[in-house]
Design a protein around this ligand. Structure first.
Ligand code: ATP
Ligand code: MG
Length: 571
C-alpha cells in the first residue's frame, strides 16, 4: 500500500482525552477515531488489524470443530424477558425506541432459541457454535479507548452438550483454543479462576494480561503460578490460635470507640483478638458478618454465599433493630433483644473459625464485650471464606508471597449448565427417550482488546512495536530522496518485488514529507521491519534495514533484500 494515497491520519501530539498507551497510540497511528463515548470508527490500518486477529481466532475455533454463525444484533425483547436477563442486564442493555427490540450484548438467548427449535435428540449433540460479531453494551463508564466500548467485536461461542462430561470436554477444548489464540497473537497472558457473577453457572476462567490500565484486580504467585481474580482469590493467611481456656464474658466500657483501629489502641491489644461486625440485608433479613480485625469483606464472596441481592444495611435499619450504632454491634446476645420473628443470621469469616477470647461490640453504644468464644457464646449460621486477600500473604498452593496486580480481561469461559435451556425450553431426548435440558457453555473473546492489549505490552516512547503475527504490514518501505530518479526507481522496484513475494508492504513514497518525519511515522506505526532506500546506500547497491523492536540497523545488498525479509518473517 502506498502512503501517498492512503488514509492513515497520524498525529504528532498525544490526544488530550486518551490516558493509556494503547488508546493514545491507536489514535496517533490513525487506526481509530472516536464517534461518541465508547464508539469508534476503525480506519483502514486499524481494520486491517481487526481482520488479522479475526483470522487467527477463526482458525483456532474451526480447529476445535466450531461452526461459524452470524446472528442478528437486533433481538426481540420478549426473548430476553424469557431468561430474565432483560432485567438482570438493567441499563446495560440497549433498548430500541420504536419496536420491542434490544441490541444484543451477548447471544445465549438466540443460541438457546435456535437450539430449542432444532436440537431434538442426543444424536444432534455435541455442538460448538460461534460467531465474530458486533456486541452492544451501554457501559456506564466507557473508557480506555476500545478496551471498554459501547459497541465492540466479540468472538462468542456456545457449546451444547448432552452430558456433564461433554460440557467438561467442550470447556477444555475452548481453554486450549484460547491459549493458542493468545499465544499466536504474541500476548503474555495468564489464566485465573473467576466468579461466574450474573451469568449463572459453575466453573469459569478468565484470560488476563497484567496492566496498570486494567480495571480487574488479580492475585498472582510468581513461584507456582497460582492466579485468581481478587473476587475469588484465597490465601494461606495465618489464623489466630485458640487459647487453651475461654475466659468469662465481660462487658467493658469503651467511650467513643467506633473503629477497629480505635479499639485496638484503646485496649492496647492485638488486632487478631478483635471481631469486626458488618451488617448486610437480604430482603428483610439482617445479617451480621464477623471479620477478624481489619480484614476487608469481599462482597463477591459474600454474594456467592448469600446471593447477588445481598446489600449493606443503612443506619436507619440498624437503629430500629439493635438500638446501637454500627460501631457497637456484636454477636453476643444480638438476637435476644429483637422483636418476635426477626432474627439476625450470623456468618463468620473462616479465619475466625474456632477462635475464642475475642472482643466485639456489646449492642450498646460505648460498650464492648470481651472473652467471646464463638463456639460457646454465639449461634453461628456458617463459616465461609469472606475476606479480601492482601498483597504479600502466603500463596494458598505454595506459601510464597502473593502479588496483587491490575489486569485486563481478554477472554472468559463459563460452564453455564442448564439455566438457559430450561428458561428457553431447549430440551432433547436422551438415549433412554427421556427429556433433558441441553447443557450449555459460553465463551467470549474481545477482538479489540487483543489489539489494545498487544499495544499495552509492546510499545515504546516512539510508538507501537507490532509482532510479526499481528503487524498490519510486515515491512515499512521508506523512500528517502524522492527527487533522485535512481533512488525512486530502486524503491519502486523493491515495492514490486515485495508484493510479488506476497510480503505485506507499506510504502512511504510521499514526495512532500521530510526523511525525519517519515522515520517518526515509521516508528509510530511500528511495522516489524523498516527498509530504508536512500541515495548513499543505493549508490553502493545497498539498502538499510532497521528492526523496530531492537532498533538494530543493517546494510543488505539490493539483490538479497527480498530473501532477507522472507527469512525474517518466517523465523
Ligand atoms: P468486563 O468485566 O471487562 O466488563 P465481561 O465480564 O462483561 O468483561 P464478557 O461478558 O465475559 O465480559 O465478554 C467476553 C469478552 O468480551 C470479554 O472477555 C472482553 O474481552 C470483551 N468485552 C466485554 N465487554 C467489553 C467492552 N465493553 N468493550 C470491549 N470488549 C469487551
Ligand atoms: Mg462487562
Amino acid at each position: 500500500m502506498r502512503l501517498s494515497n492512503s488514509f492513515i491520519p497520524t498525529l504528532k501530539e498525544i490526544p488530550s482525552d486518551a490516558y493509556i498507551p494503547s488508546h493514545q497510540l491507536m489514535l496517533r497511528a490513525g487506526m481509530i477515531r472516536p464517534l461518541g463515548a465508547g464508539v469508534y470508527s476503525f480506519l483502514p490500518l486499524g481494520y486491517r488489524l481487526v481482520k488479522k486477529i479475526i483470522e487467527i481466532i477463526r482458525d483456532e475455533m474451526d480447529a476445535i470443530g466450531g461452526q461459524e454463525f452470524h446472528l442478528p444484533a437486533l433481538n426481540p425483547l420478549e426473548l430476553w424477558e424469557e431468561t430474565g436477563r432483560a432485567k438482570d442486564f438493567g441499563d446495560v442493555l440497549f433498548h430500541i425506541k420504536n419496536r420491542p427490540l434490544v441490541l444484543a450484548p451477548t447471544h445465549e438467548e438466540v443460541i438457546g432459541y435456535i437450539a430449542s427449535n432444532h436440537i431434538k435428540s442426543y444424536r444432534d449433540l455435541p455442538q460448538i457454535w460461534y460467531q465474530i460479531q458486533t456486541k452492544f453494551r451501554n457501559e456506564p463508564r466507557p473508557r480506555s479507548g476500545v478496551i471498554r466500548g459501547r459497541q465492540f467485536l466479540m468472538k462468542d461461542s456456545y457449546s451444547l452438550d448432552a452430558t456433564w462430561e461433554g460440557l467438561d470436554r467442550s470447556y477444555e477444548l475452548h481453554a486450549e483454543a484460547y491459549k493458542k489464540i493468545f499465544t499466536r497473537c504474541g500476548l503474555r497472558f495468564f489464566v485465573v479462576g473467576a466468579s461466574s457473577g450474573a451469568m449463572g453457572g459453575s466453573a469459569s476462567q478468565e484470560f488476563m494480561i497484567e496492566s496498570q490500565s486494567g480495571e480487574d484486580t488479580c492475585v498472582r504467585c510468581d513461584n507456582c503460578g497460582y492466579a485468581a481474580n481478587l473476587e475469588v482469590a484465597q490465601s494461606n493467611v495465618a489464623k489466630p490460635q485458640r487459647d487453651g481456656q475461654s475466659n468469662k464474658l465481660k462487658e467493658i466500657y469503651t467511650p467513643n470507640v467506633r473503629t477497629i483501629d480505635e479499639l485496638k489502641s484503646f485496649l492496647n491489644v492485638d488486632e487478631r483478638l478483635l471481631a469486626k461486625s458488618l451488617i448486610y440485608m437480604k430482603d428483610k433479613t439482617p445479617i451480621l458478618i464477623l471479620m477478624m480485625g481489619n480484614d476487608q469483606l469481599n462482597e463477591s464472596k459474600l454474594q456467592a454465599v448469600l446471593g447477588a441481592d445481598v446489600r449493606p444495611s443503612v443506619p436507619e435499619e440498624l437503629k430500629g433493630l439493635t438500638g446501637a450504632d454500627a460501631g457497637s454491634i456484636g454477636p453476643v446476645g444480638l438476637n435476644d433483644q429483637l422483636p418476635e420473628g426477626t432474627r439476625f443470621k450470623i456468618i463468620v469469616d473462616k479465619r475466625l473459625e474456632g477462635a475464642n477470647n475475642l472482643i466485639s461490640g456489646a449492642n450498646k453504644n460505648d460498650y464492648h464485650i470481651t472473652n467471646i468464644d464463638l463456639q460457646r457464646d454465639v449461634k453461628v449460621d456458617g463459616y465461609y471464606d469472606l475476606r479480601i486477600v492482601q498483597a504479600g500473604e502466603p500463596c494458598p498452593s505454595c506459601g510464597k508471597p502473593l502479588r496483587i496486580v491490575n489486569a485486563i480481561e481478554l477472554g472468559h469461559i463459563f460452564k453455564l449448565g442448564t439455566k438457559y435451556a430450561e428458561s428457553l425450553d431447549a430440551y432433547f431426548l436422551d438415549e433412554d427417550g427421556k427429556e433433558q435440558p441441553i447443557i450449555m457453555g459460553s465463551y467470549g473473546i474481545g477482538v479489540e482488546r487483543i489489539m489494545a492489549c498487544h499495544i499495552e505490552q509492546s510499545h515504546d516512547k516512539h510508538g507501537i512495536i507490532w509482532n510479526k503475527a499481528l503487524a498490519p504490514f510486515h515491512v515499512h518501505l521508506i523512500l528517502l530522496n524522492a527527487n533522485n530518479e535512481k533512488v525512486v526507481s530502486t524503491a519502486e522496484h523493491l515495492y514490486e518485488k515485495f508484493q510479488e513475494a506476497l510480503i505485506d508492504v507499506l510504502y512511504d513514497d510521499r514526495d512532500d514529507v521530510s526523511p525525519g518525519f517519515k522515520f517518526k511515522d515509521a516508528d509510530l506505526l511500528g511495522m516489524p521491519l523498516q527498509v530504508i532506500v536512500g541515495k548513499k546506500n543505493v549508490d553502493s547497491g545497498k539498502v538499510e534495514v532497521k528492526e523496530r523492536e531492537t532498533g538494530k540497523r543493517k546494510l543488505v545488498e539490493l539483490g538479497k533484500i527480498v530473501h532477507y525479509v522472507e527469512q525474517y518473517i518466517e523465523s
